[in-house]
Ligand binder design. Structure first.
Ligand SMILES: Nc1ncnc2c1ncn2[C@@H]1O[C@H](COP(=O)(O)OP(=O)(O)OP(=O)(O)O)[C@@H](O)[C@H]1O
Length: 311
């Protein structure tokens, strides 16, 4: 008999995780499916939980489903990759705020359809994820969406530390805290120097404002910054956005939102490759799948990797 292991972050998406779990439990009971639940209690705990669950899986009839946001999926992926069974397929029910990976992978958002599909006709697809090796501290981690340095990371950092987010989350308007911090970031984030090496060439940018290495088109909850990127092309895509001045930067962003013509702008640079190296001269904010990285100098080697996505 099929068994489902639910790995859950109740707090994701301003407690959407909790509501999703209730719905999924009801459906699993109605469908008479065997399941167990692993609740994660603090940021990062889904990594060891996923490692343990993956280590203990003993048959092809056991399925792992993550319920949470992009950050939760990131932790579960890292946990599985670190396990003794790193090719364990991962299912995912998006219950976050941005849900960019689910958007890129066109995942099912109806819990009833998801469970029925897993019961009757589960499929496993090999999809891309990103992997980076930190050449300064030796760390290696995987990501499903992106690793951003500069503007977007500033917004993530300030929002995570803002008292407003906690207050707004209580009344389900957590996204507004991001909006307020975007305005703050436009004032607070400075340009920085970055070196990007790919396909045998190195490129130097003096006025980088945002450097994001993506596994798919989206960042920040549905903003298609790299429309050419795909989780199926075995490549990563990097965008380097320069900010000569605020007016030009806002103009560039409006092009992105209106007709995606931002890619032709002279402040926008991008590359597609399976290996990309990025180096900053000074400490900058960083974010990985929406979770902040400490402010630091970055010297990262990115490579495309893959995982088995259960649908
Ligand atoms: N493993 C975890 N266990 C419990 N809480 C967590 C865990 N990881 C993160 N959190 C908390 O959950 C929230 C974020 O979760 P997550 O990144 O999954 O969703 P999100 O940010 O709402 O969604 P998205 O990344 O799709 O925008 C934050 O409040 C964070 O402190």
């Amino acid at each position: 008999m099929k068994k489902i292991h639910l790995l859950v972050n109740l707090k994701s998406g301003s407690n959407r995780g909790e509501k999703a779990l209730e719905q999924i439990k009801t459906i699993l009971k109605n469908e008479k499916m065997n399941y167990d639940i692993h609740i994660s209690n603090y940021p990062g705990q889904l990594v060891p939980i996923a490692t343990k669950v993956a280590n203990e899986i003993s048959s092809g009839n056991e399925y792992v489903i993550v319920v949470g946001g992009d950050g939760s999926l990131n932790q579960a992926l890292n946990g599985v990759k670190n396990s003794e069974q790193p090719t364990t397929p991962l299912g995912y029910f998006p219950a976050g705020t941005g849900n960019d990976f689910a958007r890129a992978a066109k995942l099912e958002t109806d819990p009833l359809k998801l469970i029925k599909h897993l019961k009757n006709n589960p499929t496993v697809t090999k999809v891309d994820c990103g992997k980076y090796h930190d050449l300064i501290n030796g760390e290696t981690r995987y990501f499903v969406n992106n690793l951003g340095i500069g503007f977007d990371a500033y917004v993530v950092n300030k929002t995570n530390h803002s008292k407003l987010k906690t207050k707004f989350n209580k009344i389900n308007i957590g996204n507004l805290a991001y909006g307020i911090n975007i305005v703050q970031a436009l004032k607070g984030q400075d340009n920085f120097k970055v070196k990007v090496s790919t396909n045998g060439h190195s490129y130097y940018y003096e006025h980088a404002y945002l450097v994001t290495t993506n596994n798919h088109p989206y960042f920040g909850g549905g903003v298609p910054i790299l429309p050419i990127a795909s989780i199926h092309n075995h490549q990563l895509d990097i965008a380097i956005v320069e900010k000569p001045n605020l007016v030009k930067f806002i103009y560039l962003f409006s092009k992105l939102l209106i007709n995606r013509s931002h890619m032709k702008s002279k402040q926008f640079h991008y590359f597609e490759s399976s290996v990309i190296e990025v180096k900053t001269d000074d400490p900058e904010y960083g974010q990985l799948d929406g979770e902040e990285l400490s402010k630091r100098k970055f010297h990262l080697k990115f490579e495309v990797d893959h995982f088995d996505l259960l649908q």
